[in-house]
Write a protein that binds this ligand. Structure first.
Ligand code: PGA
Length: 256
């Protein structure tokens, strides 16, 4: 079985003090060695503090965004090298909030993926359809397009470092979750698409997370599906008890 991974996307929440409190509380909830991979994605400002706090655990840290150039006069932007220098190893790219609010289209996302890989970061690429697209049966076309463009000019040795997160936009922050069948269906479609692009060996190893209103109450049923390798959690990662409970659901499946 692929290792389950639970990633927490903190979005624009938590000051440095609150970040320290959350990670400390999480460490209290989750003592002992985990078989599940844990990735914490705090805001840029708390990256270094969180990296320090997770020392001694197997937990990893990621940023939520990256700029598409190596360096230069880009006021307010953050490069991959800067992210790496905090000790973070992952970066979320193409989250639907970035696509919608900041107009990041697929070509920008492709540039961000390539620069992140060049800088030695592991991207968590988010894809997903709107409610309208789902209702008009366009889910696979939309998600397929997002993936094909995102992976352009990325060689197989780099593609192996990418995690994909399927996050139906209508399920993010809405309390509506895709059913396990809906999610599994899209995850399998994504794995098959990656097999077409890069071969079956890479596709079989690929981690595909589900995101969109993952909570303690629905995590286990989602995570028990064969192609759902973990979760990208928003709201429920902001409290130690609910995030720990989702991680424990993954642990239960890993150990079964
Ligand atoms: P949510 O967010 O769990 O609050 O729906 C998920 C995400 O945006 O990654």
């Amino acid at each position: 079985m692929r290792t389950k991974i639970i990633a927490g996307n903190w979005k624009m929440y938590k000051t440095n003090r609150e970040a320290v409190e959350l990670v400390s509380a999480l460490k209290n909830e989750l003592s002992g060695k985990l078989q599940t991979g844990v990735i914490l994605c705090p805001p840029y400002t708390a990256l270094s503090a969180v990296v320090d706090l997770v020392k001694g655990t197997d937990w990893k840290v990621g940023a939520q965004n990256i700029f598409w150039e190596l360096r230069g006069a880009y006021t307010g932007e953050i490069s991959g090298e800067m992210i790496k220098s905090t000790g973070a190893e992952y970066v979320i790219i193409g989250h639907s909030e970035r696509r919608k609010i900041f107009h990041e289209h697929d070509l920008i996302i492709n540039r961000k993926l390539r620069i992140a890989l060049k800088d030695g970061l592991k991207p968590i690429l988010c894809v997903g359809e709107t409610l309208e697209e789902r209702e008009t049966d366009l889910t696979k076309e939309v998600v397929g397009n997002q993936i094909e463009i995102a992976f352009r000019k990325i060689g197989i040795e780099h593609a192996a470092n990418i995690i994909i997160a399927y996050e139906p936009i209508w399920a993010i922050g809405t309390g509506k979750t895709a059913t396990p069948e809906q999610a599994q269906d899209v995850h399998l479609f994504i794995r098959d698409l990656i097999a077409t692009l890069y071969g079956k060996e890479l596709a079989d190893k690929l981690t595909i997370l589900y995101g969109g209103s993952v909570k303690p109450g629905n995590a286990e049923i989602l995570l028990s599906r064969p192609d759902i390798d973990g979760a990208l959690v928003g709201g429920a990662c902001l409290q130690a008890d609910s995030f720990a409970s989702i991680i424990n659901s993954a642990e239960k499946i890993m150990k079964s």
